[in-house]
Ligand binder design. Structure first.
Ligand code: HEM
Length: 146
């Protein structure tokens, strides 16, 4: 389940970008970023970057995370940041992941989920990333009628 959740958070990070204010002049390679400048951290773009994730980075492949986040990111902590990074990272991360696992476990014990043919894949930031046309699924009960 960790692999599925991580790959979902990679391809569709609910917070698609965040901003930071530069507190002092810094040099990043050839780039000089002056104090007080606002910089955007484009989380979705980072999570889709072929240099970090390969040419199949746009595909849902949960097996990337089979050996954990560190291996999947080749030990680059900034390559996968759905909950941000550092001292101002998400305080609700543990809660959000536990809640997701609890909800999924409760559903999967009772149903098999398949996508409805009517579903149109259109992730959209409004401002949190969500399916633009909703997420139509079909639930097949695992309980026999007998
Ligand atoms: C999948 C669910 C969630 C995701 C992807 C997420 C992601 C993030 C991200 C990227 C940030 C940094 C934003 C920024 O610096 O601009 C953040 C901050 C924060 N999140 Fe979450 N979050 C999630 C759920 C939650 C939940 C459930 C709570 C509370 C119960 C929560 C509370 C917070 C708080 C308080 C901050 C601000 C932390 C600070 O500035 O020190 N988040 N979150």
């Amino acid at each position: 389940m960790n692999m599925i959740i991580n790959e979902t958070l990679r391809l569709y990070p609910p917070v698609s970008a965040m901003s930071r204010n530069v507190s002092r002049d810094v040099q990043l390679g050839k780039l000089i970023i002056p104090v007080n400048m606002e910089v955007m951290v484009p989380i979705t773009a980072l999570h889709h970057d072929p240099q970090l994730w390969g040419d199949d980075g746009h595909l849902f492949k949960a097996e990337r995370f089979a050996e954990g986040i560190a291996k999947a990111t080749k030990y680059n902590a900034a390559a996968f940041i759905p909950f941000s990074l550092g001292p101002r990272s998400c305080v609700g991360m543990g809660f959000a992941i536990t809640e997701t696992k609890t909800a999924l476990s409760m559903i999967l014990q009772r149903y098999i989920i398949t996508l409805s043919p009517a579903h149109i894949h259109a992730p959209f930031p409004q401002p949190m990333v969500q399916p633009k046309h909703g997420l139509q699924v079909m639930l097949h009960s695992l309980q026999s009628d007998a």
